[in-house]
Design a protein around this ligand. Structure first.
Ligand code: ARG
Length: 397
């Protein structure tokens, strides 16, 4: 009986060829695993394709709800943006896919898991670290950074000889990864950081220049930091995010063009489209500024930056991630209320916010006659607040 490997399968050429490769070169039975994380495409078709190209078995997992609830939501609550711009869609997906691989491998007594990541990217790190944390005994095979070195042409020949379908449509010049939380696009002409991304690098969003002249106003309700309804309609998280991706995309919202620092030391140019993430993070931040204390608000970015870096660097299973998440989650208890956002030609702007837990006090804030703030208190307050400075000023004379 030959040994089994569970392969993270996308249905693309690389992972299809890997099914043959793992059998021929490594003598392994390949079980393909594909996960639905809300990306476009026909998952059942992909599952069948794996069998057609030689997998001994193939499983499709609908992991959308878990992805939204267990990975995306904590990241939203942490307002997590790597290097200030990337909402981490790809990075959040990897530990989940890797965990599914591990579970499948254990169920089948497989000796290894495999993936189609190259040796230059972040994704290999995220897959490997998750497997190392959850199943230290499992072998990890990553042929694209090991023994599988073929040019595009050689790969196509290899595929044709084995009856593996080669996409006939002219292949996208980009490398693309998609899920519910966003779309990542790199390579091709984008590798020149001076070149403006051509329109064909985008697929979820219309160009802001061609977006409707009329803005669209939307309202999102949050319950303890979780978005629960859109324009008053209660929706499961997966559905709410999908709808915001469409609405935002129609108004050109959520395009990000950045140079980012990969864990392996390379700077790379990435184009992201993340309409829902952009809208929800903006809205969530606005509600936090209404409901969190000043101290919590000023401290939270430290948690957020640390969380984003851990996720990006593949350390989802580091205990620090759950500790940060627990702290963020504790602060969400007051983050309940409604945010109104205007979507217009590429921008998502918060224009209103309200909350039963609001810390905004009209009587304190107003300059009108309704003012209840005791102005005289400020005198003594400032005397003490400024005392150290006054002491310094005297000493300097
Ligand atoms: N740079 C992003 C990350 O490391 C996205 C990489 C995803 N891959 C791609 N084909 N664009 O998370």
């Amino acid at each position: 009986m030959s040994k089994t490997v569970v392969l993270a399968y996308s249905g693309g050429l690389d992972t299809s060829v890997l099914i043959s490769w793992l059998r021929e070169r490594h003598g392994l039975d390949v079980v393909a695993l594909c996960a639905d994380l809300g990306q476009p495409g026909d998952l059942e078709g992909i599952r069948e394709k794996a069998l057609m190209v030689g997998a001994v078995d193939s499983v499709a997992v609908d992991a959308r709800e878990e992805f939204a609830g267990e990975y995306v939501l904590p990241s939203l609550q942490a307002n997590a943006l790597y290097e200030g711009g990337y909402p981490l869609a790809t990075a959040l997906a990897r530990p989940l896919i890797a965990r599914l691989l591990v579970e499948e491998a254990k169920r089948r007594g497989a000796e290894a898991v495999a993936h189609g990541c190259t040796g230059k990217g972040n994704d290999q790190v995220r897959f490997d670290l998750t497997v190392m944390a959850l199943a230290p005994e499992l072998k990890i095979i990553a042929p694209l950074r090991e023994d599988f070195c073929m040019s595009r042409e050689e790969e196509i020949d290899y595929a044709r000889e084995r009856g593996i379908p080669v996409p006939v449509t002219t292949r996208s010049p980009y490398s693309i990864d998609e899920n519910l939380w966003g779309r990542s696009c790199e390579a091709g002409i984008l590798e020149d950081p001076w070149v403006e991304p051509p329109e064909d690098a985008y697929s979820w969003t219309i160009s802001p220049a061609r977006a409707p002249e009329e803005p669209l106003y939307i309202e999102v309700d949050f319950d303890q930091g979780k978005p629960i309804s859109l324009d008053g309609e209660r929706l499961p998280l997966v559905e709410l995010i999908s709808r915001l991706n469409r609405l935002g995309g129609d108004h050109g919202v959520g395009r990000v063009d950045m140079i980012e620092d990969r864990l392996v030391g390379i700077k790379s140019r990435e184009i992201y489209e993340a309409p829902a993430a952009t809208i929800l993070i903006e809205a969530h931040r606005a509600l936090e500024s209404l409901t969190l204390t000043r101290e919590a608000l000023h401290f939270k970015p430290l948690l957020e930056g640390a969380f984003a870096r851990l996720v990006y660097f593949g350390l989802w299973y580091d205990p620090l991630r759950s500790a940060l998440q627990a702290a963020v989650s504790e602060l969400q208890r007051a983050v309940t209320g409604t945010v109104r956002v205007r979507l217009h030609r590429g921008s998502a702007t918060v224009v209103g916010r309200k909350s039963p837990r609001s810390l905004y006090d009209y009587g304190l804030a107003t300059y009108d006659r309704a003012d209840v703030f005791d102005h005289r208190c400020s005198e003594g307050f400032i005397r003490l607040w400024g005392l150290p400075l006054k002491t310094w000023g005297r000493a300097r004379q």
